[in-house]
Design a binder for this molecule. Sequence first.
Ligand code: ZN
Length: 184
Amino acid sequence: MPIWTDQPPQDTEDQAFALLRIPPTPGYKVLITSPGILGTNTHYWKGRTTPCEPDNCEACAEGAGYRWHGYFAGLRQSDRLHGLYEVPAAAAAALHDFARKVGTLRGCLAVFRRLGNRPNGRLLVTTQPYDLKAIELPPPPDVAKIMAHIWQTAIKNPPTARTTDRGRVLQIAGNGQHHKQTAS
Ligand SMILES: [Zn+2]
């Protein structure tokens, strides 16, 4: 028998947010709803991005490198989908500049492109204030909470070993574990 409830669970809304990848399409626009960037050091570890946790970090213990990533929420301009975005430090600096000048990142229209229009090309961004009389922005979601949920879900569902476009999977003799190595 199912257990019926007369209202959705409290945290459904935050869990519904997805981390959206900024495509190589030039002119990809996001109307930012977060008041600022929230960033942390991350590892690319065991085939996925994981946060670096100062205490007892498995990736650090094994000498993995780390990169800072900034996160924010925004409406995709094409269809108003409210999602989360991840940007490297250089792009985050441009967004932070906007927030410093205007007083908030909320209401910033960020226009992205990637160098060479390549999927992994360096992310470039220009910013402009958006006319907020034309739209009522939804409240900003709790970015740290959603990212914690996304990362936890990834831990529970580890990627299966497979060959990817940028790397190859090596079978390490002896322990049976798969290790991904970026092709040089
Ligand atoms: Zn770490």
